[in-house]
Design a protein around this ligand. Structure first.
Ligand code: OOG
Ligand code: NI
Length: 458
């Protein structure tokens, strides 16, 4: 039996998800078009950037590139999702605790882990598990648990195909196509809620996110995010396309050498829903939104510590959550603080602030065997036998994610939770440990060094 590679299943699934979401949320299609136009413009005007993206393979994956997000209610749902994503070569990377920011969830990102797989499809899904234990009202918590206990978010065929894939070690062409169709059903939007209007109101009063998870049949995809090469252009253009962006771009400020991840979104749409007691009446729920991101270099632990330090200092100086009224001051504070973050590729590399991939140059390959030993990385770079390109950050940022959640839940939704960060509980629910993203970047960097050394005969 011959199996379809999990990377290709993921690529097909990502495309199917994008088509479904574009049908459901036309504004996502508008945003995609805007991003596509902007990317084409940036590439036409910035040939060094175009060359960098071509040489690292990022250009090929640019149009495919997107992430989505979902929220689930129970450990069993999370564990089964982990198995569903595994069929597509996606593993849980990173642990994000959003409770310090007043959002009662903790999360991971399901994604491919090897650079070759990421090249075929970098599709990622930010997946959050509701922390019901943080609901203080025991009656409401018990009610939420009982509602969640009754739902099945996977189709019977999806469950069969997951088991089949595990048993066989893969899926055939036909099975893979069927799997994509069946898996998609879990993420579809449902216009009818599973609770009464009054129950919805109570859940929502506790936290809008709780209503979003508990009151529906499944974990509808709540946004899909294309990757742009210039987020400031898109942010500025959005209003002209009938899209209202959130007040500030999350993540680092604009720089010469982009680092980590910059993100902005448009507010969630108010959509009609029917409740169980009043199927005809027009309730509404807002959950689904649009987002764009610009990705930069993955930072080492040292670089990340500097990022966190500067971000916290800028936010402390602002003294409140960034919002419409203080957006200008926030941007100025960010620019001021981040002036301390080195902004050339050489500095980022020499000070070990970012991860890099190394490529042999034609000069290096021609000189193979004739180079003076020992062949150190610095020597080979100096001789222009190698070149270094920053590694793309493939993950998320907890403070940014909280900002995205907040902007879509409304600022009134800020709550305070006494709960501790609980990675262990999350991993117990998931049924496995989450992968340390920094170890993945370090491994990719090391593989590229090893390949270069052997290509140059070291
Ligand atoms: C997820 C919000 C976080 C991101 O890109 O940081 C996120 C959610 O709203 O469920 O998508
Ligand atoms: Ni997102």
């Amino acid at each position: 039996m011959s199996f379809v590679s999990p990377d290709l299943i993921r690529q097909r699934f990502s495309r199917a998800m994008s088509d479904m979401y574009r049908d459901e949320v036309p504004l996502y299609g508008a945003l995609m078009n805007l991003v596509e136009q902007t990317n084409a413009q940036v590439l036409a005007n910035d040939s060094p950037l175009a060359e960098h993206l071509r040489s690292t393979g990022e250009l090929e994956r640019l149009d495919l590139e997107r992430h989505g997000a979902i929220r689930v209610g129970t450990a069993a749902e999370l564990a089964m999702l982990g198995r569903l994503f595994a069929v597509m070569g996606m593993e849980p990377v990173g642990y994000y605790d959003l409770t310090p920011a007043g959002v009662p969830v903790h999360s991971t990102a399901f994604r491919a882990v090897h650079e070759a797989s990421l090249q075929v499809s970098p599709f990622r899904v930010f997946t959050s598990l509701l922390r019901l234990e943080l609901i203080e009202n025991t009656e409401l918590r018990t009610f939420a648990e009982s509602v969640l206990a009754k739902r099945q978010i996977f189709t019977a065929d999806a469950l069969d195909l997951i088991e089949l894939a595990e048993r066989q070690g893969g899926l055939t062409e036909h099975q893979a196509d069927e799997f994509v169709l069946q898996a998609l059903e879990t993420f579809r939007w449902h216009h009818s809620a599973t609770v009464t209007a009054e129950q919805y109101r109570q859940l929502s009063a506790q936290h809008r996110l709780i209503a979003d998870v508990v009151a529906f049949k499944g974990p509808h995809i709540n946004h899909l995010t294309p990757r742009t090469l210039d987020i400031d252009i898109v942010q500025a253009q959005m209003p002209r396309h009938g899209i209202t962006p959130k007040a500030v771009v999350e993540g680092p400020p604009r720089r010469q050498c982009p680092i980590l991840l910059r993100q902005t979104s448009f507010k969630a749409l108010d959509e009609p829903v029917a409740f169980t007691d009043s199927p005809q009446s027009k309730g509404s729920h807002s959950a689904r939104f649009g987002e764009i991101e610009q990705r930069g270099a993955a930072l080492t632990p040292k670089g990340r510590a500097l990022y966190d330090q500067l971000l916290n200092a800028a936010r402390d100086a602002l003294g409140e959550f960034p919002n419409e009224a203080n957006a200008q001051r926030y941007n100025a504070l960010m620019a001021e603080h981040f002036a301390q973050f080195p902004d050339t590729l050489d500095e980022l590399r020499q000070q070990a602030l970012a991860y890099f991939r190394y490529f042999p140059t034609s000069k290096g390959l021609a000189a193979k065997g004739t180079l003076a030993k020992p062949l150190t990385l610095e020597y080979l770079l100096e001789q222009q036998c190698l070149r270094a390109e920053p590694l793309v950050y493939e993950d998320f940022l907890p403070v940014s994610a909280a900002g995205i959640f907040q902007s879509n839940l409304g600022d009134a939704a800020q709550s305070h939770y006494a709960g501790q960060s609980n990675r262990q509980a999350f991993e117990t629910a998931l049924g496995r440990t989450t992968i340390d993203e920094l170890a993945l970047y370090a491994a990719t960097q090391q593989r590229s060094i090893d390949e270069c050394m052997s290509a140059l005969g070291a």
